[in-house]
Design a protein around this ligand. Sequence first.
Ligand code: MG
Length: 353
Amino acid sequence: MKPNALCPGTSLLLAAIVTASAASPVFDWPQHDSTRPHPAIIDPGTAGTADKPGRPPSDATVLFDGSSLGQWAALDGTAPKWIVKDGVLECVRDSGYIRTLQAFGDCQLHVEWAAPIPAQGTSQGRGNSGVFLMGLYEVQVLDSYENVTYADGQASAAYGQFPPLVNAARPPGQWQTYDILFTRPRFNDDGKVKSPARLTVLHNGVLVQNNVELVGPTGWLRRDPYQAHEDKLPLSLQDHGNPVRYRNVWVRELGADAKRREFVYDHATLDKLAGSFQTNDGAKVKVMRAGDLLQATISYPGRSLDFLMHAESKTRFYIRSFDGEVNFKTDDSGRAESAVLRVGPDDKPARRE
Ligand code: MG
């Protein structure tokens, strides 16, 4: 073929590449544009040592700093039963998984953990726990130092799907680090997968998962397909019956998802906000719990609107489907007495009926 003799499909391909490039954010700005906004300046923190955890970056959300489990709950939102002692969080057998109160989507997550000493058990029975992104996608925690198990179940495996690229495990008792980059799955309106979850993991600073595409939620002896879920869900840590220890857990929310913080509270807390309210301009607002969220119907004569509400705090909720939020005023027991519904620029005070 002559150098300039393009076959018929090539020009189309080139056009597609040019179109894709033009849509890239790189080309939204002239090169070296002095008006292009600079990234935020942060303090990057410090690395940990064998004796002492490091300091998280200044823009991280600290999930466990050694002092309390204030950012955590049992899966049902009630108080967690894992123990905090000497600045370390330890799994308590049969107490159940724990989860964060805050929900996360795309994120950078740092976790330090240590397998129990003396080592007990073999294979999956030795130092087993797990870090679950969105409560669904497990990066395996296991004592994989001189402990053979199936490859896709060893430490830092995307459990049941991808073995780590290398076994970078330290001996039990020594602190180990996971630095995890997670991109949540995206779903179309019809619930089909638009893009799968992606996972990168460094174990003790060594790359062990390189942007792998998860095939669905992780599981034992099963590979379930994706099911559409919320954009943000709590992180959880697994109780697999072994006293695995954790310290210095922090997360940085990434991308557009980072703009709005979201929390998942226990049902009793949400149920106290449910009820019927009436706005000053005569609308009725019925608030109900819908799973872990609140749902509301606002009704004027002849028309009504349903919407879901996501918690930004125990009393402040925002609405995704339009520009709005609801601020509840509660009594000492947490029961909502009144609320202010904001729709666009308009505040609509409402009293419980
Ligand atoms: Mg596990």
